[in-house]
Write a protein that binds this ligand. Sequence first.
Ligand code: GDP
Ligand code: MG
Length: 296
Amino acid sequence: SKELLSFAHLGDQVHRRTMKQVFEFNIMVVGESGLGKSTLLNTLFLTELYKDRDVPDIQENTPKTAQIEVRQVNMTEKGVKLRINIIDTPGFADPVNGDECLRSIVEYVDHQMDQYFHAETGFHRKRIQDTRVHCCLYFISPYGHGLKPLDIDMMKRLHNKVNIIPVIAKADTLTSTELKKLKQTVLQDIEAHDIQIYGFPDYDSDAEEETIEEDLDLRSTVPFAVIGCNDVVEIDGQSIRSRTYPWGIVEVDNPKHCDFTKLKKTISLHMQDLRTTTSEILYENYREEIMSSEEY
Ligand code: GDP
Ligand code: MG
């Protein structure tokens, strides 16, 4: 079977005792409309399913997202059963429809916490399905100059509830200089507005130098510049996922072209940490809030 995300590190993260369980991971995309959210989800999780077949027309597979859509991908990696819920959300286009969109997204995230809370306090605690959102890829426009007011609003409404990993959308539309500048501005905006984004875990004191180096490299790449694929081309007998232009192709999986592989690596490497921070920090905060509220 094909490795979808190549979760080569998953086995190390999952304790043997829990091997029989299904390992659930829930990932969501959020951001302005038209930034390539649906396309990237397909690139991350679905296009590989077509690898040995003709890719129909990937663009035709991403109609405009009108409401929150959850799709499930099941796979087994090195004996670990993995169930990934992929949560696609409608993008916001302007402040008016934006507010409604934001609200429905926040509601969705809250609702999953709620469900977990009720399941946990109920009788069948052994088999709680975990639909809490472990990771939110937040899409930032390549056309703006940093975060927009709507982005700031949305990120602030989400950052106490979910791990946010910011990404620069449609990185193929930026020159290297523009990309560098935009990354800087976005990081400055995040800091200036006190937005909490996913902080990578501290590595073990006995971590190998190579691991530390790679981790530092991943950290310093945030926000990840991503490109969604719309084509698969054959080069020297290899299928290359790409975007095709009149003047050439940009390779999605080529780290010289964009940060897609680094984003993938970050997710697969830190999948367990994303789950742990969700349940031990974000969910705990939420639980405390409920428990201390008067209605409870
Ligand atoms: P969403 O509204 O954020 O879900 O965006 P879609 O995935 O529906 O994509 C909107 C349009 O942008 C489509 O025409 C895509 O082909 C195009 N698109 C998606 N990803 C990229 C990208 O990385 N670069 C460029 N230039 N266009 C993209
Ligand atoms: Mg969409």
